[in-house]
Design a protein around this ligand. Structure first.
Ligand code: ADP
Ligand code: ZN
Length: 650
C-alpha cells in the first residue's frame, strides 16, 4: 500500500489515500469522501505524513482515462494561488461534468479540420500579420490589433491552421455573446468541419464527450467562453482570445478570475503562443505592448473599403423643451433612412421600460427588498424586476407608502419606452427590440439577424447585445441614445469600457458601399471619451487614459485587490470586516482602505462591506493578503471573497 495525495473538487482540497500501487500524478481516481464517492486527481503534493494512519481510506477506483497533463496541474495550482482561492474550487472548474469516465453510446465525433490553404487572397497587411502569427514559437503574446472588418478572424484562422498542422490542439476563447452561428459558419468555411464548442448551454452528454475529447486530444479545435480555459487539453499548442478587451472575461461568481490574463498564464506554462485580438485593446494589453512584453501586428484597414461613418455628437442639454429621447437630428436621419429603404440601429444600454418608478404624491421609489437598487419597470410583462437578484412583483397601482392610487410615473429611458416613442414617430416602420429579456436563445437571435439581413426590419433597438459581431450591409444610421450611460460612478474602467462600447457601436453603420452616419446623444460633449469617439481618435483616448492611471498609480501601474465581506446579519458582517482590518499589516507601498459599506450595500439579501488594497506594482500582494487572512478567524455566517485585479467596484 502506498500513501498518495488526491486533489478533490472540495473546499478541503487535498486529502491522503491509500493506493495499491504507485499512481502517477494526474491519474483520475474515485475515492470515498465522507459518505460520498468523489472523483479526484492524484496530485504532486507530498503526502501529509502526520495524518493518522487509521483514518486513511483506500482509493476506490482508478479511472480508465488519460492522465491530467502536468501543465494543466501547474495551471490549476497557479490559478488558485494567484486568485487566492482553494485548489479544490479550481479543480471543480476543470471537472464540470458528471460520470467523467462514462463512455457515451454514440459519442460526438470531432472530424479533422481541412488544412489546405485559405481561399482568401490576403492583402499585404494581412499577409504580414499571418506571417508573424504563424512563426510565433514558444511563449509569445501577440496583440492582433485591427479595426472591425479588417479580417482579424481570417488572419488568426491561419495561425490556428499552422498549430493544427503541427498536430497541436487549439483553443479559441470568445465572449459568450459572440459565440454565434455566424462565427461558427466562418470557421466551417475555412476548416470544413465544426469545432468543439464549450459554453453553458451544452447538455450533460455533450459536455462529457467534449471534455473527454479535449483530454484524449480528439477534439482539435475548441471554441468556447472563458470556462473552456479549464479543459484538460492533451496538447494545447495555441490560444486565441478574441475581443480580448471584453469585460465578460472577468468571472465574478465563484472563483473570481480574469480569463484573458489566465489564458496568458496558461500559454506561459505550456510554452505556447497566444493571440489577443481586438479592435479596441484593453489598457492593460496596450501597456504591455508599449513596454515590449507583447508584440503587436496591426490591420488598420477594412477589407470592404467603405467610407467611415460620419460621427455627429448631439448636445442634449440644449434640447430642454424636447419631449422624447430622440433628438430632431436623429429623427430626421431615421426618416431619410426609411425613405431610402435603409436601416437604423438605436443603442440604449437599459433593459425594460424605465429604470425607476416614482410616486408623484410622496416621492417613494420602488426598491428591491434584497438589494440596494431600484426595481426596473418592465411594462410589457406588467412587472417590476431587480436586475441583480431577479426579484419580481406586479407593477403596483397603489403606493405602498402613502396609499395614493395610480400615482406612479416612470422615470428615465429603457428600450421599451424608446420603442414606444419610435413607433409613435414612425407608425409604419418595422421595429425589432433586442435585449436579454426579449432574446434568450441563440435561435431567436438568429431569426432577428435574418430578418434584418432580408430587409424585413427598418429599426433595430437594442442593448449591448447588438454592439458587436454582425455585419449589416444596409444599416446606415446608428443612434446612441445615452452615451453617458457608463461614465458615471467611480469605476476604474468606466471610461475605457464606454469608449470601447461606443467605438464598436459607432462602427456598425456604413459597413458596405453606402455612407453611414452615427449620432451620439450626450449631456457631456466635453468629456474626453465623447471627444475621442467623435474624432475617432483611439490614440488620444489611450494616451489620456494611460496617463491618468499612471498618475493615480492605478492598474496596470499599481495593483488593486478587494475583499468583500457579506452575510445576512448586518452587525456580524461589519464586525468581521473591522476585526480583519485591525489585523492588516503595516507595509510600505501598500494601502488598506476601508472597511466601508460596498456601493451595492445589500445584494441578494446579504449585507456587504469592502476593503480595498492598493499597492505598487512590485509588491507581492497575494502573499501579503494570504498571510494576513490566514491569521484571521471568520464566523461561518460571514463569507469572505477576495478579488484580485477587481473589475466591478460594486
Ligand atoms: P474582423 O474580425 O477584423 O472584424 P473579419 O475577419 O470578420 O474581420 O473580416 C471581415 C470580412 O471580410 C469577413 O466577411 C471576411 O470573410 C472578409 N475578408 C477577410 N479577409 C479577406 C480577404 N483577404 N479577401 C476578401 N474578404 C476578406
Ligand atoms: Zn434584488
Amino acid at each position: 500500500m502506498q500513501k498518495i495525495s488526491v486533489l478533490l473538487p472540495k473546499p478541503f482540497s487535498i486529502c491522503t489515500y491509500f493506493a495499491p500501487e504507485k499512481l502517477e500524478p494526474g491519474t483520475f481516481v474515485k475515492v470515498p469522501f465522507g459518505k460520498q464517492i468523489c472523483v479526484g486527481v492524484v496530485w504532486d503534493t507530498p503526502v501529509q505524513e502526520d495524518f493518522p494512519q487509521e483514518k486513511i481510506k483506500p482509493v476506490q477506483t482508478v479511472l480508465n482515462l488519460p492522465i491530467m497533463p502536468q501543465v494543466h496541474r501547474s495551471f490549476i495550482n497557479w490559478v488558485a494561488s494567484y486568485n487566492l482561492c482553494s485548489l479544490g474550487a479550481v479543480l471543480k472548474m476543470a471537472l464540470p461534468i458528471d460520470d467523467i469516465d462514462k463512455k457515451s453510446k454514440k459519442p460526438l465525433v470531432f472530424d479533422k479540420p481541412d488544412l489546405s490553404p485559405s481561399s482568401f487572397t490576403f492583402s499585404n497587411q494581412q499577409k504580414k500579420a499571418v506571417d508573424v502569427l504563424t512563426h510565433a514559437v514558444g511563449f509569445q503574446v501577440t496583440l492582433l490589433d485591427g479595426v472591425t472588418g479588417s479580417g482579424k478572424t481570417e488572419v488568426y484562422f491561419e495561425a490556428v491552421a499552422e498549430a493544427l498542422r503541427q498536430n497541436h490542439q487549439v483553443l479559441v476563447l470568445l465572449p459568450e455573446i459572440t459565440l454565434t452561428s455566424a462565427w461558427l459558419s466562418r470557421f466551417q468555411q475555412r476548416f470544413k468541419v465544426k469545432p468543439a464548442c464549450w459554453h453553458c448551454g451544452l447538455t450533460p452528454k455533450v459536455r462529457r464527450d467534449t471534455w473527454q475529447a479535449a483530454l484524449s486530444g480528439q477534439a482539435r479545435v475548441i471554441v468556447g467562453a472563458r470556462s473552456a480555459l479549464f479543459l484538460p487539453y492533451a496538447d494545447l499548442g495555441l490560444i486565441v482570445v478574441d475581443e480580448e478587451h471584453d469585460s465578460s472575461y472577468k468571472q465574478e461568481d465563484g472563483v473570481v478570475y480574469q480569463a484573458r490574463d489566465m489564458a496568458v498564464v496558461r500559454s506561459f506554462l505550456g510554452r505556447v503562443p497566444i493571440v489577443l485580438a481586438s479592435a479596441t485593446p484593453s489598457v492593460e494589453t496596450y501597456c504591455n505592448v508599449l513596454e515590449g512584453r507583447y508584440q503587436t501586428v496591426q490591420l488598420p484597414e477594412r477589407i470592404v473599403q467603405a467610407s467611415l461613418p460620419e460621427r455627429h455628437v448631439i448636445d442634449m442639454r440644449s434640447k430642454e423643451k424636447q419631449k422624447g429621447y430622440l433628438s430632431p437630428l436623429l429623427i430626421e436621419a431615421m426618416q431619410k433612412a426609411i425613405e431610402n429603404h435603409e436601416q437604423t440601429l438605436l443603442f440604449l444600454n437599459r433593459r425594460g421600460y424605465a429604470p425607476m418608478l416614482l410616486c408623484k404624491a410622496c416621492g417613494e421609489k420602488i426598491k428591491c427588498p434584497n438589494c440596494s437598487v431600484l426595481l426596473t419597470e418592465h411594462r410589457k410583462k406588467g412587472i417590476m424586476k431587480c436586475h441583480h437578484c431577479d426579484f419580481t412583483i406586479h407593477i403596483p397601482t397603489v403606493c405602498p407608502v402613502c396609499g395614493e392610487k395610480n400615482s406612479f410615473i416612470s422615470c428615465g429611458p429603457g428600450v421599451e419606452k424608446l420603442e414606444e416613442e419610435v413607433s409613435r414617430l414612425f407608425p409604419n416602420a418595422r421595429i425589432e427590440v433586442v435585449t436579454s429579456d426579449t432574446v434568450s436563445k441563440p435561435e431567436q437571435f438568429e431569426k432577428i439577424i435574418n430578418r434584418l439581413m432580408n430587409n424585413e426590419t427598418d429599426i433595430l433597438i437594442g442593448t449591448q447585445m447588438l454592439a458587436k459581431g454582425h455585419h449589416f450591409p444596409n444599416l446606415t444610421v446608428v443612434g446612441v441614445i445615452d452615451a453617458d450611460f457608463g461614465l458615471a460612478g467611480g469605476d476604474l474602467r468606466a471610461s475605457e469600457r464606454t469608449f470601447q462600447l461606443l467605438q464598436q457601436v459607432s462602427g456598425r453603420a456604413g459597413r458596405s458601399y453606402k455612407k453611414g452616419n452615427t449620432y451620439i446623444q450626450t449631456y457631456s460633449p466635453e468629456n474626453g471619451v465623447i471627444k475621442a469617439i467623435q474624432e475617432n481618435n483611439r490614440n488620444a483616448f489611450m494616451s489620456a487614459e494611460i496617463e491618468a492611471r499612471r498618475l493615480l498609480k492605478m492598474p496596470p501601474f499599481g495593483r488593486l485587490a478587494c475583499i468583500v465581506f457579506s452575510g445576512k446579519k448586518e452587525e456580524r458582517v461589519q464586525k468581521t470586516a473591522l476585526t480583519v482590518m485591525e489585523k492588516a499589516p503595516f507595509l510600505k507601498g501598500v494601502e488598506f482602505l476601508g472597511p466601508v459599506q460596498a456601493p451595492l450595500y445589500q445584494l441578494r439579501g446579504k449585507y456587504r462591506y469592502r476593503i480595498l488594497i492598493k499597492s505598487d506594482k512590485k509588491t507581492p500582494l497575494q502573499k501579503i493578503i494570504r498571510s494576513w487572512l490566514d491569521a484571521c478567524r471568520f464566523p461561518s455566517d460571514v463569507s469572505v471573497k477576495v478579488d484580485i485585479d477587481p473589475y466591478s467596484f460594486l
